[in-house]
Ligand binder design. Structure first.
Ligand code: ZN
Length: 111
């Protein structure tokens, strides 16, 4: 549903008091019949909005399908990163162990 008129003013729901059939309208708060403001029957505005939203949803689905292969790649990269992190943690332990042995050898040889 339209929220802002091309003139910049708010659009509100209005029930026309003058018509026999009480139709709901979306009408600019500063509406004048001069072609510069928006006034639309509720059902027409909703139909237009629904078509627009349907198009947006279809476009979003299309974009999601385009991202699907990347999603798998990102998951695989996360798994590889986790493996590398585990490997780095193990190597740090080995380095720490070797460093302590070197320190011990230093003491035995030079003290
Ligand atoms: Zn207006």
């Amino acid at each position: 549903m339209p929220r802002i008129c091309p003139c910049g003013e708010r659009i509100v729901e209005e029930i026309s008091p003058t018509e026999k059939e009480k139709k709901i309208w979306f009408t600019c708060v500063k509406y004048k019949d001069d072609g510069l403001h928006r006034r639309k029957i509720w059902a027409d505005a909703i139909e237009e909005e629904t078509k627009s939203l349907r198009k947006d949803v279809d476009n979003h689905w299309e974009r999601l399908r385009e991202f699907e292969p990347h999603h798998t790649q990102i998951y695989n990269l996360q798994m590889q990163l986790q493996e590398k992190s585990d490997e780095i943690a193990k190597l740090r332990e080995v380095v720490a162990e070797l460093s302590s042995r070197v320190d011990l050898l230093d003491k035995l040889c030079y003290d």
